[in-house]
Write a protein that binds this ligand. Structure first.
Ligand code: SF4
Length: 72
């Protein structure tokens, strides 16, 4: 998915979690990524996977957005 996608911009999605704007998202940590997010639908070894917040698109396993929730 493109970072310029309207939904991506709204949620602060970045393909690389280390590139997240720390000033805008102070709760973000580089250890947080789609791969360890509760909502990630890909397999751990996949580079990309589905996310219910971005229907029909694939997010990067190393990406991040402001809806990140620690995987239980
Ligand atoms: Fe990645 Fe989770 Fe945001 Fe979906 S909700 S884009 S899996 S951080």
């Amino acid at each position: 998915m493109e970072e310029t996608d309207a939904q991506a911009v709204a949620l602060g999605y970045r393909r690389d979690t280390t590139k997240v704007d720390a000033a805008k998202y102070p709760k973000h940590a580089a250890t947080q990524s789609c791969g360890n997010c509760q909502l990630y639908q890909g397999k751990p070894k996949d580079a990309f996977g589905g996310c219910p917040l971005f229907a029909g698109k694939q997010v990067a396993v190393g990406g991040w957005c402001s809806a990140w929730v620690k995987k239980a």
